[in-house]
Design a protein around this ligand. Structure first.
Ligand code: BDP
Length: 597
């Protein structure tokens, strides 16, 4: 299969079989599975749901904290008639790496926890018979993986993982596993670029397929009327009286791509297309030529029991809450989410900043906590970082843009979260990263990364390459907090005034205060719901005085799981909502504020 990035859509020529459900599961405590032939089939197994993280399902801490391989197995039948088609086995994602065997034969291998992969299985598959699919998933991270982390091994052979980031390193098969029954000749990539001229919408497209058969495309409006047509692998469509895709109103056309052989339909792929433009002009962020102000959150794909596993119920609940709170946007901190999320945002008009998994480019365990102390770190002084880590980082950027390039909802790429960008050698690293990324997006969307507090204005070596200055700031929480809160305003304003000199848009991608729902205290103390509100009010005062500010995304949408430790109370509690998606007092405050902006 030339590319696994195109979403597995159904059509009159394509059938999709979802293999999600209850699979067999076995933890490989001693790392002996391959030697013992587990790839041929598991014995003495337990059960897991797919998709889901496995960590929070069991009652045994050694399973939750297991570092190494875990094995999955399922069985399925391949219909006889599929022999004459291409049967593609596709994983939406498995975290952090996976190897796949079908009937004992290795068919795929993938590293990187958030992107699709798979293989055409016609050769390894048994048609008309039962097939055994075995997958081994591994969660180890190091200095060169994206994201980064560290494995510690103890005398008894046990290992523990210390992520360089502030969220639990959930592992498992996190997205649906699907069989795509594709025609012999099929479409495997589509690229669209949209624009408009007055009331005429423009859709440029380029199609890649496994053969050079004739291509015919039709663009249909939401009611199904054909509004433009063309032939050939590449062309520009014009749409009269265009209805633009807008924040809050995700109007979608459908590009029907048809592959024809002597006029007979061979393959059809339906791609949703929102016609809109995105641009940074001076210190403004424009969508369809109009100033856009981001209101919303940095999120996590995180929920009770399921962990990082995709859960459509949680996704819809979150979308309803975003609506309720008058938010218009999210950042997919700190990794790409499930494909269904972007498709939903396209439909609902939710604006997305799409982030790579490049988090933890900071040479300190739990860097997010130690960062505020200004402790010395030398991540970018390491040669290996400029070689292997950077190559892996580039690979993830390339994959992200390939997978998500056509989503109207995606308006900006966030290339990294809080790297140690005050370091000298961060400059050469990010110069290369940004110029690499600039060449990849056919829609040329703006690029950013989120800047950490230890690389303030004047010290950051990477911000010069970004189109938008995205700031994660905790004035009033990690610094100048508690009884000093009122004094945080001045320092924060001074820093923003510095950044404003760059003449670029400034976006608050994080600001927040840990708050345990149900703690009330008058006058307030840190961790109480009253304090979270006072903290937010102060931040908002600062924002309202900054002309270059193009948005505020509070940290975090909801409470989420992290590693355990003395600074996290069963997770990070900065949510406006609890982990079970109920509002804290802060949610009501934000709802009121955002109804007026
Ligand atoms: C920032 C990180 C984020 C953390 C947050 C926090 O980007 O992942 O969860 O701070 O400390 O440093 O809550």
């Amino acid at each position: 299969m030339e590319s696994q990035f195109l979403y597995p859509a159904e059509s009159s020529t394509r059938q999709v079989v979802d293999l999600s459900g209850i699979w067999k599961f076995k933890v490989d405590y001693e790392g002996k599975g391959r030697k013992e032939g587990w790839q041929n089939g598991l014995d003495n197994y337990s059960e897991v749901p797919v998709p889901s993280s496995y960590n929070d399902l069991f009652t045994d801490k050694d399973i939750r904290e297991h570092v190494g391989d875990v094995w999955y197995q399922t069985e399925f039948y391949l219909a006889e008639e599929w022999q004459h088609k291409n049967v593609n086995l596709r994983f939406g994602s498995a975290t952090h790496r996976a190897e796949v065997w079908l009937n004992g034969e290795k068919i795929a291998e993938h590293e990187g926890g958030y992107m699709p992969f798979g293989a055409i299985i016609n050769e390894a598959g048994n048609f008309g018979q039962k097939n055994t699919l075995v997958v081994v998933v591994n969660n180890e991270l190091d200095l060169t993986t994206i994201p980064t982390g560290q494995v510690k091994e103890y005398d008894n052979g046990k290992k523990r993982l210390f992520p360089y980031f502030d969220f639990y390193n959930y592992a498992g098969i996190h997205s649906a596993v699907k069989l795509q029954i594709l025609p012999k000749d099929y479409i495997y990539d589509i690229t669209t670029v949209t624009d408009y001229d007055g009331s005429t919408g423009l859709v440029e497209y380029e199609i890649e397929s496994s053969s050079d058969l004739e291509i015919k495309v039709e663009l249909k409006d939401a009611a199904g009327n054909i509004v433009a047509e063309a032939t050939g692998a590449k062309a520009k469509l014009e749409v009269e009286d265009v209805k633009l895709w807008q924040p809050g109103e995700g109007y979608l056309y459908q590009l029907e791509v048809n592959l024809l052989n002597d006029g007979d339909l061979v393959d059809n792929y339906p791609l949703p297309v929102g016609i809109r433009t995105v641009e940074v002009k001076g210190n403004r962020f424009l969508i369809n030529g109009e100033q856009f102000y981001f209101k919303g959150f940095g999120k996590h794909q995180d929920s009770e029991i399921n962990g990082r596993g995709f859960d459509p119920a949680v996704m819809i609940r979150d979308a309803e809450l975003l609506d309720w709170i008058n938010a218009n946007s999210v950042r997919t901190s700190h990794y790409p989410y499930d494909e269904e999320f972007y498709r939903m945002c396209d439909r609902r008009g939710v604006v997305v900043i799409d982030e790579t998994p490049a988090v933890g480019l900071f040479d300190m365990n739990m860097n997010f906590l130690a960062a505020g102390t200004g402790k010395k770190s030398d991540f970018f002084d390491k040669e290996i970082v400029h070689q292997e880590t950077k190559e892996n980082h580039k690979r993830e950027i390339e994959r992200l843009i390939k997978r998500d390039k056509n989503h109207a909802s995606v308006v900006m790429w966030c290339l990294a979260n809080e790297p140690d960008s005050a370091q000298e050698r961060a400059e050469e690293y990010f110069k290369d990263i940004f110029s690499f990324a600039r060449g990849l997006d056919p829609q040329e969307r703006p690029l950013t990364f989120t800047n950490i507090m230890t690389a303030p204005y004047g010290k950051c070596k990477a911000a010069q390459f970004a189109d938008v200055i995205s700031l994660n700031r905790y004035y009033g929480w990690y610094i100048i907090g508690g009884s000093e809160l009122e004094y945080a305003q001045k320092d924060f304003e001074e820093e923003l005034a510095g950044w404003e000199k760059e003449g670029k848009p400034i976006l608050m991608t994080e600001y927040g205060a840990d708050t345990k729902a149900g703690i009330h205290k008058l006058p307030s103390v840190q961790w109480s719901e009253e304090y979270q509100n006072e903290y937010l009010e102060l931040q908002h005062k600062v924002f309202d005085n900054c002309d270059s500010l193009v948005g505020e995304q509070m940290w975090n949408f909801a409470d989420f799981q992290t590693v355990e430790g003395i600074l996290r109370v069963n997770g990070n509690k900065k949510g406006a909502f609890t982990r079970d998606r109920q509002p804290k007092m802060a949610a009501h405050l934000l709802r009121k504020r955002w109804s007026k902006i």
